[in-house]
Write a protein that binds this ligand. Structure first.
Ligand code: UT7
Length: 329
């Protein structure tokens, strides 16, 4: 007998109230709305309040996903938070989320770092754990407070990212809706292309005074762009091939929301029209691990994804990591 069918039973998302427009950014660094929008498709992004943590944003998205799934917090026995901006190095953000939600003590909680591919990695992990039959309902969350790891004097990176969270509840399939497949990849040889180099734990992070450096993102944008197009296309093609599907069988593609030009290139390579892709990066920027679940929730709540649809999610991020997931609704 095979593993039990597991489905996404509910989705939720959260974005901080404050928005920062491209014009606002042009007062901080030498940039313009014209440059940012034409090169990326981004118009604005959300920025967490001073006292708003990654775990609070994650919990806000999770509450909506739990209600949408028609279960209660007491049913949750696994919480995975994909993030590169945890509240603390320890304990995990997932433990804070458990506490914010009042989830039961028997729930296993941990964080997962696969950068912008984190949500797909976490979905794969939770699916396998639920498939083992030892867990019944899982919260899979992507949540980021990217504003804290940006160098606000570096125009090549600070214009790209934003804060937010997206969550899904996984559990036993109730009808024909289910997760069909996932596929994960990593290419550590290119780790240097996109990093937050300092953790404060490495000897090289120590200053003579013993102080930690403030960690911020460094990125080789053009190289990342080329790899993103190639590897997201590969992740899409291989999972479709594995499940004997043509790209045209996909009702909605939810790509990682980093750059509209990357998404357009993938569409051209897969011969899929732009309407087949759900894109909301114009209003959020790149929210790293939160990007796919944030877009997924919006696609569902606006009716872009309907029962019976087949969705392809495809991600790419630092690592380099990439991956894909096929889901029937
Ligand atoms: O989540 C996954 C991680 N991230 C990504 O997927 C990002 C992938 N990369 C990209 O999206 C693009 O490479 C960027 C949007 C980051 C940059 O676009 P680009 O078309 O590759 O520009 P570029 O880096 O080649 O820079 C072109 C010019 C440069 O000036 P010069 O050397 O031609 O005089 C930059 O200094 O644009 C300049 N530039 C800017 N100008 C105004 C770079 N950033 C800015 C800016 N405003 N914010």
């Amino acid at each position: 007998m095979g593993s039990p069918a597991i489905a996404i039973l509910g989705t939720g998302s959260y974005a901080p109230a404050r928005t920062l427009t491209n014009d606002d950014l042009s007062k901080l660094v030498d940039t313009s709305n014209e440059w940012i929008f034409s090169r990326t498709g981004i118009r604005e992004r959300h920025i967490a309040a001073k006292d708003e943590t990654t775990s609070q944003m994650a919990a806000a998205a999770a509450r909506i996903a739990i209600a949408d799934a028609g279960i209660t917090t007491a049913d949750i026995d696994l919480i995975i938070v994909a993030t590169v901006t945890p509240d603390m190095a320890m304990p995990s953000t997932a433990c804070f989320v458990q506490n914010h939600l009042g989830a039961p003590g028997h729930a296993a909680c941990f964080d997962l770092n696969a950068a912008c591919s984190g949500f797909i990695y976490a979905l794969d992990t939770a699916w396998a754990m639920l498939g083992s039959g030892r867990y019944r309902y899982a919260l899979v969350i992507g949540a980021e407070r990217m504003s804290t790891v940006l160098d606000w004097t570096d125009r090549t990176t600070c214009v790209l990212f934003g804060d937010g969270a997206g969550a899904v509840v996984l559990g036993p399939a109730r009808g024909t809706a289910q997760i069909i497949g996932t596929k994960l990849y990593a290419e550590g040889a290119h780790a240097d292309l996109l990093c937050i180099p300092e953790t404060g734990c490495s000897p090289s992070d120590q200053t003579p005074g013993g102080l930690r450096k403030q960690p911020t993102i460094t990125m080789k944008g053009r190289e990342i762009f080329k790899n993103a197009v190639r590897e997201m296309e590969q992740a899409a093609r291989e999972i479709l091939h594995q499940h004997h599907l043509e790209p045209s069988a996909i009702d909605c593609v939810i790509p990682h929301q980093a750059n509209l030009r990357i998404i357009a290139s993938i569409g051209q390579h897969l011969k899929l029209p732009p309407e087949r892709f759900f894109v909301n990066l114009e209003r959020y920027g790149n929210t790293s691990a939160a990007s796919i679940p944030l877009a997924l929730d919006e696609a569902r709540s606006t009716g872009r994804i309907k029962p019976g649809d087949t969705t392809l999610m495809v991600a790419f991020g630092a690592g380099l990591t990439y991956g894909s997931a096929l889901v029937r609704w």
